[in-house]
Design a protein around this ligand. Structure first.
Ligand SMILES: Nc1nc2c(c(=O)[nH]1)N[C@H]1C(S)=C(S)[C@@H](COP(=O)(O)OP(=O)(O)OC[C@H]3O[C@@H](n4cnc5c(=O)[nH]c(N)nc54)[C@H](O)[C@@H]3O)O[C@H]1N2
Ligand SMILES: Nc1nc2c(c(=O)[nH]1)N[C@H]1C(S)=C(S)[C@@H](COP(=O)(O)OP(=O)(O)OC[C@H]3O[C@@H](n4cnc5c(=O)[nH]c(N)nc54)[C@H](O)[C@@H]3O)O[C@H]1N2
Ligand code: SF4
Ligand SMILES: [Mo]
Length: 866
């Protein structure tokens, strides 16, 4: 470790912030790297809390085969043997990899090479199919290559930034901080295009809350407007593009009424766009996760191409990628319809890559994309699957089909750093992977910057890097010499040579400059230069970009009498996907400690429901239980649920169970943002809260949800029969022994229990007809501590803390763990009137700043109340 600590990269979002990690007396200090061009020292709440998630107790420590711990040689020989026998009997396409944008480039390259070059199958798909596939397809249609033309500096150079289907404030918080600062410095205009009001709207000049799925109509309208306003750059269009006339006539036929927006708002957006030469359009899952996602992408690219607003400083379309290495995965070809190094399945590329790899058995055509892949597993066509770095039992649509498929698949191999995930429960062979802090390799962020992830911890247990697992299996299969890399540097070097191989400027991705470089000393560098396409040269056969004629299509399923509401899904500020890591952190779990169904108050009234009540959300595929949150952030008729909760954290809170597997016809990306649902009341006769040191296996109950608190796990529960409570108490007796204290008030439906381990509190359960009024955080802090005196024990059973100890409610500021109740009290008692005063009084908002929109909301509520 250098004096200044280890320089590495954040394992969460595609912003790709650089970090400096230094040892401290009781752990690690994670700080933003002032020299990294993505963040220049900034961090968000998730990056700041990284040290909280290094806990070894959640990790998978050693390989397992059929439930038995074995050594690596045995596990990889067994994996190879099972893969070989499936392929021998059923052919190469009976095997598949399902990978992840959270793998390192080196891991991804190794998996892709094994399947496509040596096993002879292109069944190598990834969670990027659920994420960026529509952008990849849109880029390839327009540019002839999957290239992101812009760089982050463009956020500071633009005069207008359009956020299209991107909740940048929560999902790329450091980019949002950069945009916010640019706006403060020189008045950058911001337009948000999103059916929901998000925290991005805090800095927006205009929020277009369009009808879900209607983006193509809006962008087509803009293209027609640009033409009518004389804004088409004909010299550029004529010299460097094809397809303008067709795209324009499709655009003219568009009906912007489909967006449901006020004509005046549409006109304002069009005028601003037309009047501002420097426009950046940031787009993300509101665009991609749609059955017309590829057309949405091309509708955006059409406008930028026709006005030559591309590849210039402060000017261009900008897909922000989700995962830390979503881009690297695309680069090495980790998609079933791409080969490697940005090459496709044309004969010349198949031949070229085959020669470069000296391939034993080259795949010659595209493989199965994620949704079809799991359907093929269900249909028994794919019989062996190796899942690496992703949790498809949760994150895919039609999650029940996915679970059924995994349950009957003869060979399921899962590589993960975490021991107990929903997907891991289906594994026959479990392979422990390095976690962040142990991993050693490269990642590519949203603006094509390649950075190093460097280790600063020794691997826990027997964890290995994913590429080592792949090369060991390849060795057992007899392909050892092609996978005999001594370290990740050797893989990167091979990959860089492949990008340069017979390239000669014909392909966008060319890492010639990296060949022979010092891998360990690598500094963050963009491939392809700062911006692409400024010279008007694209990677199609004729060098010209394509405008694509697109027509708006509604989402595949629309609300109707039976399913009257539209379900939109997405992310919370402080959770990452299926919570396997962020769910370990108390401060990250406090912002939203349970999933909430966001719904407009008009719908709450119409359905005769109450804000804060539990409800059952049903689609034609499944159901989900959540607490209502009435908010005008939602349009009437639209509801929102987060994607994060799993069977490990809740009963009945997997949103993928509600979603149909409709996919975009070009990209194969599923439509995760539009599903008709209905809402029914959830009848509960009892509610309870359980506090214990560790997560517990609970009996089957109608509803529960748990979260990490300081020192313990807090589980909220509810049900509809007294037998359920008896079953729960019996299960807790079995777990903690019969040394149980209790108080009962049957008339009021109240029962309270504390399980003691000698003098120490092991667990406490509070049951009531309504949600128990208990100071949860105080009880959580007592778990594992001595509770000796009679009065202390009585206080625990009462759930009443000594004076001054209250629950602070939802954590608003995750950097300094400041809760809602604390902030509201300070606003009231200290007469605080702005965010700076809150910061001075409580520090809230002075870390990453992601909570500032919420702080402003609290101040505004106070003013409104007065
Ligand atoms: N905190 C946090 N940050 C993350 C992640 C995380 O799990 N947690 N995950 C990372 C990953 S992998 C990804 S892909 C990114 C995703 O980042 P984003 O795409 O910004 O996040 P989402 O919440 O999925 O969706 C963005 C917005 O699309 C809107 N939307 C829904 N339907 C439509 C529509 O029809 N049109 C338009 N215009 N908008 C619509 C939603 O209301 C939502 O606000 O975030 C990354 N960053
Ligand atoms: N309803 C709905 N569903 C969605 C979305 C949505 O917006 N709405 N978004 C989709 C999108 S954009 C995405 S990207 C996906 C994400 O969905 P997933 O990829 O399923 O979610 P994660 O929780 O990130 O799963 C990553 C797993 O890999 C493990 N892991 C982390 N690092 C490593 C490593 O280096 N090696 C190995 N072997 N394992 C590792 C983690 O512990 C975790 O179990 O979800 C998709 N699903
Ligand atoms: S913005 Fe993204 S990359 Fe940066 S610290 Fe936050 S989660 Fe990590
Ligand atoms: Mo993603």
């Amino acid at each position: 470790m250098a004096d200044g600590g280890v320089r590495t990269t954040c394992p969460y979002c595609g912003t790709g912030c650089g970090l400096v990690v230094t040892p401290e007396a009781d752990g690690w200090k994670v700080a933003g790297d002032p020299q990294h061009p993505a963040n220049f020292g900034r961090l968000c709440s998730k990056g700041t809390a990284l040290a909280d998630t290094l806990a070894p107790d959640s990790r998978l420590l050693r390989p397992e085969v059929d439930g038995r711990a074995v050594d690596w040689t045995h596990a990889t020989a067994e994996a190879a043997g099972r893969i070989r026998s499936v392929i021998e009997l059923h052919g190469p396409d009976s095997f598949a990899f399902y990978l992840s944008g959270q793998l390192l480039t080196e891991d991804y390259y190794a998996a892709n090479k094994l399947a496509k070059g040596f096993l002879g199958t292109a069944n190598v798909d990834t969670n990027s199919r659920l994420c960026m596939a529509s952008t990849v397809a849109g880029h390839r249609r327009a540019f002839g290559s999957d290239s992101v033309p812009q760089c982050y500096d463009d956020l500071e150079l633009a005069d207008l930034v359009v956020l299209a289907g991107s909740n940048l404030a929560w999902c790329h918080p450091v980019l949002f901080q950069r945009l916010k600062k640019a706006r403060e410095d020189h008045g950058t205009r911001v337009v948000v295009i999103d059916p929901r009001r998000t925290d991005c709207c805090d800095i927006a000049d205009l929020h277009l809350a369009l009808a879900p799925g209607s983006d193509v109509a809006l962008w087509n309208g803009l293209l027609a407007h640009c033409e009518a306003a004389g804004l088409i750059d004909f010299p550029f269009v004529d010299a460097h593009t094809e397809g303008f006339t067709e795209a324009l006539s499709a655009a003219r036929a568009a009906d912007t009424c489909q967006t449901g927006l006020a004509p005046a708002d549409i006109a304002t957006f069009f005028q601003w766009f037309a009047a501002t030469p420097k426009v950046v359009t940031i787009f993300s899952q509101g665009v991609n996760q749609s059955a017309s996602g590829t057309d949405k992408v091309n509708a955006i690219l059409n406008v930028h191409l026709a006005t030559a607003r591309i590849g210039k400083p402060g000017c261009g379309p900008f897909s922000v990628t989700g995962q830390p290495n979503a881009m690297g995965g695309r680069e090495v070809g980790g998609l079933a319809n791409q080969l490697a190094a940005h090459m496709g399945f044309d004969q010349a590329s198949v031949d070229r890559v085959g020669r470069f790899w000296n391939a034993a058995r080259m795949a010659s055509s595209e493989g199965l994309k994620a949704v079809e892949l799991f359907r093929a597993v269900d249909a028994g066509k794919v019989k062996a699957i190796w899942i690496m770095g992703t949790n498809p039992a949760v994150s895919l649509p039609e999650a029940d089909l996915v679970r059924r498929a995994l349950a009957k698949c003869p060979v399921v191999i899962v590589s993960d750093c975490v021991a107990d995930t929903d997907t891991m429960r289906f594994a026959h062979i479990k392979l422990p992977a390095h976690g962040w802090g142990e991993k050693n390799g490269t990642v590519t962020n949203s603006d094509r910057t390649i950075s190093r992830q460097r280790p600063f911890l020794s691997p826990v247990g027997e964890a290995r890097s994913d590429w080592q697992a792949i090369s060991a299996v390849a060795g057992h299969l007899g392909f050892g010499s092609a996978f005999a890399w001594k370290d990740s540097a050797a893989i990167f070097a091979e990959y860089a040579r492949l990008t340069a191989f017979e390239n000669g400027g014909s392909r966008d991705l060319d890492l010639t400059d990296w060949i022979g470089g010092d891998y360990d000393a690598m500094v963050p560098t963009q491939w392809g230069g700062k911006r692409m396409f400024a010279d008007g040269r694209f990677f199609t056969a004729d060098g010209k970009a394509r405008l694509v004629a697109v027509t708006a299509r509604p989402p595949r399923e629309m609300p109707n009498v039976d399913w009257p509401l539209r379900l939109n899904t997405g992310r919370y500020r402080d959770q990452w996907h299926t919570m396997t890591r962020t769910g370990l952190s108390a401060r990250l779990s406090g912002h939203r400690s349970e999933p909430l169904l966001d719904i407009n108050p008009i719908d709450v009234g119409r359905l005769n429901l109450l804000d804060g009540a539990l409800v059952r959300v049903k689609s034609r595929l499944g159901d989900y239980v959540a607490r209502l949150r009435a908010t005008t952030d939602q349009r009437p008729g639209d509801v929102f649920l987060p994607m994060h909760w799993t069977d490990r954290f809740a009963a009945r809170a997997i949103v993928g169970r509600l979603l149909a597997g409709h996919v975009d016809p070009v990209s194969g990306q599923p439509e995760s943002k539009h599903m008709p649902v209905k809402i029914e009341p959830f009848t509960a006769d009892w509610s309870a809260v359980l506090v214990a040191a560790a997560p517990l296996d609970l009996p089957d109950l109608p509803w529960w949800v748990r979260h990490a608190a300081d020192g313990a796990q807090i589980t909220e529960l509810a049900g509809d029969s007294p037998a359920q409570v008896q079953g729960l108490v019996a299960a807790l007796d079995a777990r903690f022994g019969r040394n149980r204290l209790e108080v009962m008030d049957p008339a009021r439906g109240i029962a309270r229990y504390a399980w003691m381990d000698g003098e120490h509190l092991a667990a406490a359960l509070f049951v009531g007809r309504d949600r128990p009024d208990v100071v949860r955080a105080w009880v959580a802090r007592l778990v594992g501590r001595a509770v000796a005196s009679a009065s202390e024990r009585a206080a625990v059973l009462a759930g009443k803390a000594p004076a001054g100890q209250t629950d602070q409610g939802a954590i608003v500021c995750a950097c300094f763990s400041v809760g809602l109740a604390t902030i509201e009290a300070a606003i009231r008692d200290q007469h605080l009137t702005d965010v700076a005063q809150i910061g001075a009084a409580l520090k809230a908002g002075t870390g990453c700043g992601s909570c500032i929109p919420e702080l402003k909301g609290l101040l505004a509520r106070k003013v409104a109340a007065e």
